[in-house]
Design a protein around this ligand. Sequence first.
Ligand SMILES: *[C@@H]1O[C@H](CO)[C@@H](O)[C@H](O)[C@H]1NC(C)=O
Ligand SMILES: *[C@@H]1O[C@H](CO)[C@@H](O)[C@H](O)[C@H]1NC(C)=O
Ligand SMILES: *[C@@H]1O[C@H](CO)[C@@H](O)[C@H](O)[C@H]1NC(C)=O
Ligand SMILES: *[C@@H]1O[C@H](CO)[C@@H](O)[C@H](O)[C@H]1NC(C)=O
Length: 435
Amino acid sequence: MQFHPTMAHSFQTTLLSFLFLFSITQAQPSFRPKALVVPVIKDASTLQYVTTVNQRTPLVSTNLVIHLGGRFLWVDCDKNYVSSTFRPARCRTSQCSLAGSTSCGDCFDGPRPGCNNNTCGVSILNPVINTATGGEVSEDVVSVQSTDGSSAGRVVTVPRFIFSCILTSSMLQNLASGVTGMAGLGRSRIALPSQFASAFSFNRKFAMCLSGSTSSNGVIIFGNDPYRFLPNIIVSDQTLTYTPLLVNPVDDPLVEYFIGVKSIKINSNIVALNTSLLSINSKGKGGTKISTLNPYTVLETSIHKAVTEAFIKESAARNITRVASVAPFGACFSSNNVGSTRVGPAVPYIELVLQSESVVWTITGSNSMVYVNDNVLCLEVVDGGSNPRTSIVIGGHQLEDNLLQFDLATSRLGFSSSLLGRQTRCANFNFTSTA
Ligand SMILES: *[C@@H]1O[C@H](CO)[C@@H](O)[C@H](O)[C@H]1NC(C)=O
Ligand SMILES: *[C@@H]1O[C@H](CO)[C@@H](O)[C@H](O)[C@H]1NC(C)=O
Ligand SMILES: *[C@@H]1O[C@H](CO)[C@@H](O)[C@H](O)[C@H]1NC(C)=O
Ligand SMILES: *[C@@H]1O[C@H](CO)[C@@H](O)[C@H](O)[C@H]1NC(C)=O
C-alpha cells in the first residue's frame, strides 16, 4: 500500500491533537474534586425525578430518571447515539466483571453502540413498567460538575464510565418525556456513587435532596459533606441522624436501600401494628425500603389501615374534620381547621422510630399531606395490598426537602428530617458556578 500524502497529513493532525490534548491534561494535573453535584428536577406528569449528565464525545446532555435502587446507568443507544469515545466492553474484561456480567455474545446488526461482537451483556430493568431487556456493557465519557459543597464548580470528566447500552427504545415507556435512560444509585460497583467515588478517590457516599417543585432543581452530591444551602445553611454529618442501611438478603444483587423501622408513632402515640411485617423475613418479604420511583409511600394493607385510622383520630382531636376520600388516598380532610407552619400544614406528626426510641425520622405536614384542592388535603399514603413484597415503601413526596445521605462504606443512612425546619430547602443549592 502506498503511503498517501493525505494520510500522512491526517496522521500529523492526529499526532498534533494528541499532543495538544496531552498538554491540556498536563496543565491541570492535580485537580481532584472532593465531591460532584448533579441537578434533579421533578417531572410534573410522571412525578419521577430526573437528573442530567453530559455523556459522549462530543458531549450530549442526557436526561435520566433517578432509580435509587438501580444497579447502573443505562441509556437507549438505538437513536442518535453518536460518540467517538464509545467502547463496548469485550468479553471477560474487568468491565464485565465489575458489571456482574456472565454473558458474552455477538450482534449481527452492527457494529454500532449497543451492537458489537464479543461483548458482555447485563439485564436492565425498567421498574416502572416492570420490564427487563438485555444491554451491552459499554464505556463512554461522562462529565459532571464538581462542588466544594457550596456551589457548582469546575466540570470534571470520567473518561471510561461504565454503563449499559440498550437498543430497545420501548424500555423508555412510562418514563418522563425527554429522558433516554435511568441512573442507578444502588449499592452495586458500577452504580453512579461507586464509579464516581473510585474515579476521584472519594468516599462511597452521596446525599440526595429532592425538591418537590417541578420548576426548581433539587440536588444529588456524590462525595463528602458539608452540603450548603442558601441562605448559608450548612448540613453536615454532625447535623444528621443516622440509622443502619439494611439489605434484603434475598435480593440479587443486593442493591436496594432498606432501613429498620421498629414502630410508627402519630402525635407521639404508638400505632398498633403487626410488627413482624416490619422486619425482612428469610424469604425477603417485609421491611421498609426507600424508593424514588413511588411518588407516595405505599403501606401493606393492615399497616395502611392502622396508620390511617390513628391519623384520623389524632386529627379529629385537633378539630380537623375528615371529608370524602380522593383516590388514591384514603384519608382526606377539610383544610378549615388546618393551620400552616414552617414545616407544612399543622397536622399530627408521623414518626418512624428506628433502631432505638431516640432515633426518629419525623414526617411533618409538608411531607405527609397533599392539597388536592384549596379546601381538601389528604394523607399521602396508599394501600399496597395485603401481600406485598415490602411492607413499607417510603416514596418520593415523603423524601422531598429532606437530605438523605447514603454512606455505602459504613452502610448507614443519615437523614435531616425536613429542611424546612432549618429554614432552607433542597431547591436552595447554589448552582451558580464558580468555574
Ligand atoms: C460479528 O461477526 C460476524 C461473523 O462472525 C459478522 O458477520 C458480523 O458482521 C459481526 N458483527 C459485528 C457487529 O461486528
Ligand atoms: C403478622 O404478619 C405475619 C407476616 O405476614 C403473619 O404471618 C401473621 O399471621 C400476622 N399476625 C397477625 C396477628 O395478623
Ligand atoms: C375543638 O372544638 C371544640 C368546640 O368548638 C373546642 O371546644 C376545642 O377547644 C377545640 N379543640 C382544639 C384542639 O382546637
Ligand atoms: C452562588 O455561588 C457563586 C459562586 O461561588 C457566588 O458568586 C454567589 O454569590 C452565590 N450566590 C449566593 C446567593 O450566595
